[in-house]
Design a binder for this molecule. Sequence first.
Ligand code: ADP
Ligand code: ZN
Ligand code: ZN
Length: 760
Amino acid sequence: ELKEIEAVLDQEPIVNHAQIIAWEWVANYYCCSLGEVYKAALPSALKLESQSNICVNPNFETTGELNGEETALLMMLQGKGQANIREINQFLGKKSSYATLKILLEKNAILMEEKLKESYKPKTVSMIRLAKEVSSPDEIQLALESLKKARKQSELLTYFLSATIFHQEPKTSLLKKELLEQAGVSEAVLKALIDKKILENESVEIGRLEMNHSADQYLYELNEVQEKTLLELKQAFRSNRPVLLHGVTSSGKTEIYIKLIEEVLAEGKQVLYLVPEIGLTSQLITRLKRAFGDRAGIYHSKFNDAERVEIWFNILHDKKDSYQVVVGARSAVFLPFKMLGLIIVDEEHENSYKQFDPAPRYNARDLAIVLGQIHKSPVLLGTATPSFESYYNVKLDKYALVELNERFQGIEMPEIVVADIRKATRQRQMKSLLTPSLFEEMKLALENNEQVILFQNRRGFAPYVQCKTCGWIPKCKNCDVSLTYHKFRSGLVCHYCGHTSSLPANCGECHSEDIQTKGFGTEQIEEELGLLFPEASIARMDLDTTRAKRSFEQMIYKFENRQIDILVGTQMVTKGLDFDHVRVVGILNADQLLNYPDFRSFERSFQLMAQVSGRAGRKGKRGKVVIQSSQADHEVLQEVVDNNFIQLFNRQMHERKLFRYPPYFRLIKLVVKHKNRDRLDLGANQLADLLRKHFRNQVLGPEYPVVGRIQNWYQKEIWLKLEKSKVLNQNKRMLMDAIDQVKSLPNNGGLVIYADVDPM
Ligand code: ADP
Ligand code: ZN
Ligand code: ZN
């Protein structure tokens, strides 16, 4: 049945065809609804809201021509002030409410607040300039004379003139706000001048986005190896396959990207440059702004909605002077690109490209590849430590491979050594948390006025606290996880739900007072370093110290300018930072990485360690890396030392195949949640049983994950390990049907089930 058109929202489409194709792919591939994709993709001001408010037109004069319903609605609106469509539907019934609204709108009796249009509108500012009546020097002179008795007004006008037409860089108008501030007068004084028709006010549209960078003329020349790599990349693009650039850290990948971007812009096409976390890329953005000025723009979730709308339209309308190159975190894949000429996925191995929550649980790297097909655009995946997925695709010839094995200016890769924590402990040589080798290296570097980066994957002071007498460990009341001790906040914090409580004085079980902290986090390291290196200036970079706006950038800036000698941090310090004077990098405890219970833990350990090592000795001297571990002869550590990605890859891939893991098999994780534990068990079993009928031994679980309860939601997981050759779409349909079926069973109210395709 055809529906009536209620309203035309936009003069032109705000979503283009390429987007719709991509979004449908997302919904299908990641087992979610198209609505969920739309919701994630569009800035909220662009979403149709039935909240749009309706009120009575104050200028409307009632004539006798209104029928009963029309009068009733008008009275209702008058009483309430305003109402939205949903409320009006309830008031009149859906059928007659549309007809009534239509007539009232035609008669101009009501107004529809154009909420959507409002947020499209660019921001305006008030500018002050000379009034038309005062345009010649004589007229200005007259105006000044007329103000002899009004001292303030005369001052303001004199200031205005000195800052505009008599300024050494003459201009015609000034921002009202600045004028008032700088002249130091009140608004009333200005108003007097406007009333006297000496000055006038003009509102001027301005963009919401910071635009003021002009590109530097000067770009670096590529060296010979980089030039060769650039050619190889362009050659590889011609094969119409995604290209993996496997280039060691500090080889100049970013400089090569800049050259590629330059060429694409010259063809008048757009570029999408994806980065794993926008917060961590201030250095990259500076480099791109230097090269492209305002043609390079940033997009991320910290922008407010109005700013996002403005960016959206800049890209949709393909404005040549802004946002031709979009640097963005994963959500930038949803922007309305018209004609992409290049997609770069930097640090393609990063798992932050995957969205965990809410749906769509997509991987932006993989969506980027789909976008490349839609736009017929080259896709470049760059990294020093490829994901196994991408590397396997190279082996299958689905991706092309280009390698870059030389650091810029031939600087050697850092020397990596493994320091045995167990041995050092046995010989009583540990200096607090440092092995003798790390301690000595740090001392040497500091003496030579060089810098140190230390990596520890845990924030807080101690991962947990424990009663020495009975072993009791305080747990979160909402989650099945132990609480982390934060000394600065002098309390225990749950890293899953944020719940805080004070450090107990006594054991919750045996009331002993002997409670001790266990393990160590960044906060404790910072404190201990203060004792070991009292002369050094030490800073900590983790979630706790970078919450405030710009605090991350400030820390980077200070480190760049050597106001900080030692930087201690979580994985934030591993990503893409480019400093000139870092001599030593220390990994305080590799065991936590290696022992993490996940089939990807070796792959990830290698990536993390290789990336953080890459921060050492990028300019000038060769750097040194010390990896502390109590499994000093672990094979993965040896592979990090040798920078032998291939060996790790081959060995691990053998296991992946044997135990049916990606990239050989496709994983789908089904998460089942309920507030009630028994209900959860019941629902999860029902789902697993149903799935086993179809997928048989490809179903694992249900099983509690490492943390079985978060924020009072109990959760279990069911894993599907599907053979890749199988018809994926058909399987997914099966899966979604099974989920719907279980959800609709009696007693399963309150049961939440979702699918996570290619979980990370
Ligand atoms: P990667 O992205 O591979 O880690 P970068 O592009 O960050 O490497 O390069 C490392 C450092 O070397 C950066 O400071 C960069 O500006 C500099 N660099 C790389 N190539 C050149 C070049 N051709 N000319 C001048 N500086 C370069
Ligand atoms: Zn106890
Ligand atoms: Zn919690």
